[in-house]
Design a protein around this ligand. Structure first.
Ligand code: GCO
Ligand code: MG
Length: 398
């Protein structure tokens, strides 16, 4: 008997403060369901509406085993294709369908994807703080726990007499790009000097700099032998990556805010990046991510999928399974979720000795506790960090 899609449900929850979106696809087989992540933390309601009003009616009664066909059907069913929201909606369903298929096969997802080609999924940890000492302390703790690679940044610089923030991500109001360049170089030098060449170093430029400044920074950082410099330019300015390549050997990682496979394809085939790091819950899920991993492999590019807190542990697990089965896995971003998130997502990935581990259960291995999730309702807070301004008040578009 075919496994048919019986229902598609959507759950919103915010156990770590970020809005998360979980998709549950039920089947006509008793007890067989799949879970996926369709999180776009800033647009969860729009994604939910699209799933419930457009994709659910499209999918009910269809054969759940035909993942590729259903992906194509969902992708083109609204005539205008692509973009965030639609990409998130498709991602949530797609991951759930892979979960169902692996459960039916009785295999952990990585086995279905071709099996392990490595023993460990090396992670990098975030060591962000507002002072150099605090960053060094965090890096020390991460390294002592077995972590072999750290991503360092000032989240804010609010020392005495300072009028604003040197802010790379959160909590900020004012952003001074040139100060960012100066401060990040000396911070990275300090971390390198303290921990030596054995430790991998990452910095996230977060598309904050003008492209010409990003070229300069990449050149200045060359002697520090970074694992990578992340997102030096925005998706609108990808052509500038060519200049970085011409000028220096600092490795580049890009892609967390790409929503089109065309953006990824161009940076891969042009040799603009060393790592591709999309948000699997935005690009359409595992189906396109597998294709991307294969494309990247054939061009000598590694994966470093986006692993921030604005995605569920389901997406993190799916990335992990893909990483285990991809010869060109590079490194996995890992923030670390709270206890509250662990209660909502039993079986979520864990990190030990600098590596991420997954359960061996059939499927992606992460479950969803609806009652726990209901304790953390979603919110309508406006994201403050995307309204960052230059010292003269100009809105600074990341
Ligand atoms: C990262 C990212 C994130 C993003 C966040 C936006 O490298 O992990 O830059 O921290 O800022 O995902 O919501
Ligand atoms: Mg980033």
């Amino acid at each position: 008997m075919s496994t048919l899609i019986a229902d598609v449900r959507v759950f919103l929850t915010a156990p770590d403060g970020q809005n998360l979106l979980v998709v549950r696809v039920d089947t006509n087989q008793p007890g067989l369901y799949g879970l996926g992540c369709g999180t776009n933390a800033y647009r969860v309601h729009a994604v939910r509406e699209m799933i419930l009003h457009n994709l659910r009616p499209l999918l009910i009664g269809r054969d759940a085993s035909r993942i590729e066909d259903l992906w194509q059907l969902m992708y083109q069913s609204g005539y205008w294709r692509g973009g965030p929201v639609a990409g998130n909606a498709v991602s949530g369903i797609d991951m759930a369908l892979w979960d169902i298929k692996a459960k039916e096969a009785g295999m952990p997802l990585y086995a279905l994807l071709g099996g392990c080609c490595r023993d460990r999924l090396t992670v990098y940890r975030h060591c962000n703080a507002s002072t150099r000492e605090a960053v060094l302390e965090k890096a020390e703790a991460a390294i002592a726990s077995g972590c072999r690679c750290v991503r360092v940044a000032y989240t804010a610089y609010d020392g005495p007499g300072e009028s604003g923030y040197l802010c790379l991500q959160d909590h900020g109001t004012t952003y001074d790009p040139h100060r960012h360049m100066r401060e990040i170089v000396s911070l990275l030098e300090a971390v390198r000097a303290r921990f030596g060449e054995e430790v991998g170093l990452i910095t996230d430029t977060h598309e904050r700099l003008d492209p010409a400044d990003a070229v300069t920074l990449a050149c200045v950082l060359e002697p520090l032998h970074l694992t990578f410099m992340e997102d030096p330019v925005s998706p609108e300015q990808l052509a500038w990556l060519a200049r970085i390549r011409q000028r220096c050997a600092t490795p580049i990682a890009i892609g967390e805010n790409f929503v089109s496979l065309r953006d990824c394809r161009d940076v891969i085939v042009n040799g603009y990046t060393d790592y591709i790091r999309c948000h699997l819950s935005a690009i359409g899920g595992l189906t396109p991510a597998r294709k991307l991993a294969h494309l990247a492999e054939s061009f000598g590019v590694k994966t470093a999928w986006h692993g921030a807190l604005d995605m569920t542990p389901i997406a993190l697990a799916v990335q992990g399974h893909l990483g285990l089965a991809s010869p060109n896995f590079g490194i996995q971003e890992y923030y670390g979720y709270s206890e509250a998130t662990a209660d909502v997502f039993p079986g979520m990935p864990q990190v030990e000795d600098g590596a991420m581990t997954l359960t061996e259960r059939p499927g992606h291995g992460v479950d969803f506790d609806e009652a726990q999730a209901a304790k953390y309702p979603p919110h309508d807070r406006v994201a403050a960090w995307t309204e960052m301004r230059l010292p003269d008040g100009t809105l600074h578009t990341p």
